[in-house]
Design a protein around this ligand. Sequence first.
Ligand SMILES: [Zn+2]
Length: 410
Amino acid sequence: MDVRFLGGAREVGRSAILVDDSLLLDFGLLTGTPMQTPIETPDPDAVVVSHGHLDHAGAVPALLSGTARPPVHWTPPTRELALTLARDTLKLHGGTLQCPFTETDVQRLTQVSETHGYREPFEAAGYEVTFFNAGHIPGSAHVLVDDGDTRLLYTGDFHVDAQRLVSGTTARPDADVVLCESTYYGVSHDARSEVERRFVESVEETLWEGGTVVVPAFAIGRTQEMLLVCDAHDVPCYVDGMGKDVTRMLGNYPGFVRDADALQRATSHARFVTGRDGQRKRICQQKAAIVTTSGMLSGGPAMTYVPEVAGNPTNLVAMTGYQVEDTPGRDLLETGSAEFDGRRMPVSARVEQYDFSAHADEAGLREFLDAYRESEVLVNHGDDCERFAEDLRADGYDASAPAVGDVVSI
Ligand SMILES: [Zn+2]
């Protein structure tokens, strides 16, 4: 088996791995200006997508822009999420050089889609492929690829600990080679219950003092997690942005969330914002939490809410995820001001950061890989892949961190 890295190696973003020039695992985008696609657009016999995040599924429609129509295999939620992301990319960048696909390509995607559940082996490009629950977001999968001789386990993004929205991964299928993500190598997350307790305390205190809380959150996974947290603690909340559609959609896939009833309750508990008639400005006067995109303040209704609450130190902006360098969210955390619609604005409201991560931290990565001491380990999807591989070698693993463009024979 030859494994070729077209993206997502020694970097986070545009994940794309080509097996024997015939089976493509993921085809993502690297966000930024400009967006980056994998180093080439291959012509695979079949495509398998691990989960519905932009950096894993964002460029899949581009594979259909020529005459080829490879089947695209994924779980039902991943299909829905990938289509939602594709339509959003068209809305933001459609018709520009930035956008690697057209509306026609997205329509074709619905025709070549083939969905599969967890632990239901299927055939793709002559390989036997099986999905296992990866515990990252609804529908996320570890992908086991078996050519009858070698078994490659592509972890995709995963979490070992339970979140309210999804349970952690427990599957450790036998594999000769493990291709492992390493986003949070070198990081130790505080226990989720502790993060949640601090978040809720701060939100409740703010509301009690008459303030409003803006909770910037990614549309996929994080928005629903925050709605579940708000419902569990009876925090009044609104939801706005792309996370609204994703929340409604996930209600159709009860088998892919940890507790479908809890998600149902949280969805009813949250008030969905239409954005009509100055509704957003009025909500900013209410004692409530507003869960909204974008998670890093780079767009979405957050661009209305944050400036609106910025002037009052009683208000709170509670970030719920990692803020990438050069994003307004990171800027706000570091300087107490940020650019909104081209205008730099000081923020007197309190700004706090909570680590509601959906990835394993270093201890979690180690816990997962403990089942694979006899396997070869390839490390990808991280800022420090080489150091992690070095650590693993020092610990007795056969580990390496290929670069983009590398081919590894396994
Ligand atoms: Zn992900």
